[in-house]
Write a protein that binds this ligand. Structure first.
Ligand code: S3P
Length: 437
């Protein structure tokens, strides 16, 4: 554990570039590992979560190496994953775990999955259920958690599965299992979630269709798929950009350009909500990178106002609520959020963790079962923490959100551990120092 005090900051200015998108990076490695031949990835996020995916894929036979600024992946072909000799250590990464479980499910191999204390509390039943109906078998820890051992089934059985929770990880686990399953595997998605799996699998040559009927998305994958290698450019991560967008919005005098931000409509909810709160965020040089919409964002300080956040927008900003709560704490008036039950099963219980952290920093709020109600300071700096240390519960996004709160405070905010930040945003503090100097 490495404690750190984030001090009040002057304006954030200049230009920064956030690292590659975490969701896209995981998928680029996985699909590259299943293609026949060599894929090249530029802009890969070199965070611990993505490196855990790379290590697991290597343990199952793929060759993955850094080559200059890029990464090259020599795939084994769909159906070609090998039995790993040791347990696959997933670290803190739910995405690695759930998506790789999908891959293993339709290969005739047995794999053990382990993770850190945070990941070992997170529910895996949501992927165990559909993957079991496809033929895989599981020995999880009590409560359906890691560590667990799973045995894949080859050939697996194609299923039609309606997602009971709005989760791109569950959707992707089933679709990835479908890659090596003969026939058509179908996922019904009543609430749209991030669609990187669908976009990228098509790019790799999978026969995947998306249709809309009766208000839900119907995603079909034809297996077994033949994936051809691809060259992929990973856009910057909007979830990482969000910390800087909020920081520049709440610190007076800021005028910051965040370059290369992915703005996939299933991911850009935070920017829409900040817009509703009165932020000043301008999209510059809108373009396409790696099949995803991208822009540079110019963010200037603005007076934010509290709003009622529409719960329907939640899936498109599910990872950005912790930092939205910081924006709400600096806004004028009250911000009401609801429909956020999923936040309780992320890297930490993010409603509980952010309520406790913000209260320790002097914010007035109410924690409800499915959201927070936050009374903003009207732009006045937050008090900050004097003798208290904020608990981050092994959650990178709690750490980075409270870092932003520290910048906008009178006394700074001390957090108990900055190490988890390296899971998704290894150069976060360096970029913060650069922008705030
Ligand atoms: C992710 C999906 C989301 C998100 C996570 C990454 C993905 O999780 O919170 O950080 O890459 O598919 P859920 O699908 O569980 O909501």
């Amino acid at each position: 554990m490495t404690a750190h005090r984030f001090l009040p900051s002057g304006p954030l200015t200049g230009r920064i570039r956030v690292p590659g998108d975490k969701s896209i990076s995981h998928r680029a490695l996985m699909f590259g590992a299943l293609a026949v031949g060599r894929s090249r990835i530029s802009g890969l996020l070199e965070g611990e979560d993505v490196l855990a995916t790379a290590a697991a894929l290597r343990a199952m036979g793929a060759r993955i190496e850094r080559s200059g600024d890029d990464w090259v992946v020599d795939g084994v072909g769909v159906g070609g994953l090998l039995q790993p000799e040791q347990a696959l250590d997933m670290g803190n990464s739910g995405t690695s775990t759930r998506l790789l479980m999908g891959l293993v499910a339709s290969h005739g191999i047995t794999a053990a999955f382990t993770g850190d204390a945070s990941l070992s509390k997170r529910p895996m039943g949501r992927v165990i259920d559909p993957l079991s109906t496809m033929g895989a078998s599981f020995t999880p820890s009590p409560g359906g958690t890691l560590p667990l051992v799973m045995e894949g089934m080859q050939p697996a059985v194609p299923v039609t599965y309606r997602l009971p929770v709005a989760s791109a990880q569950v959707k992707s686990a089933v679709l990835l299992a479908g890659l090596n399953t003969p026939g058509i595997t179908t996922v019904l998605e009543p609430v749209p979630t991030r669609d990187h799996t669908e976009r990228m699998l098509r790019g790799f040559g999978a026969e995947l269709t998306v249709e809309e009927a009766d208000g839900e998305r119907i995603i079909r994958i034809h297996g077994p798929a033949d994936l051809h290698p691809c060259d992929i450019t990973v856009p910057g991560d909007p979830s990482s950009a969000a910390f800087f967008a909020v920081a520049a919005s709440v610190v007076p005098g800021s005028d910051l350009v965040i370059e290369n931000v992915g703005l996939n409509p299933t991911r850009d909810g935070i920017f829409r909500v900040l817009g509703q709160m009165g932020s000043d965020i301008e999209k510059l040089d809108e373009r396409e990178v790696g099949g995803e919409p991208v822009a540079d964002l110019r963010v200037r300080h603005a007076k934010l106002k509290g709003i009622k956040v529409d719960p329907a927008i939640a899936p498109s900003m599910i990872d950005e609520f912790p930092v939205l709560f910081v924006a709400a704490a600096m806004a004028e008036g009250t911000t009401v959020t609801s429909g956020l039950d999923e936040l309780r099963v992320k890297e930490s219980d993010r409603l509980f963790a952010m309520a406790a952290a913000l209260m320790a920093a002097g914010v007035t709020l109410e924690e409800r079962e499915d959201g927070l109600v936050i009374t903003g300071s009207g732009g006045e700096p937050l008090r900050g923490t004097a003798n208290a240390r904020v608990a981050t519960h092994l959650d990178h996004r709690i750490a980075m959100s409270m870092a932003v709160a520290g910048l906008a405070s009178r006394h700074g905010v001390e957090i108990d551990d900055i190490e988890p930040i390296a899971t998704s945003f290894p150069n976060f503090t360096a970029l913060l120092d650069a922008a705030a100097s």
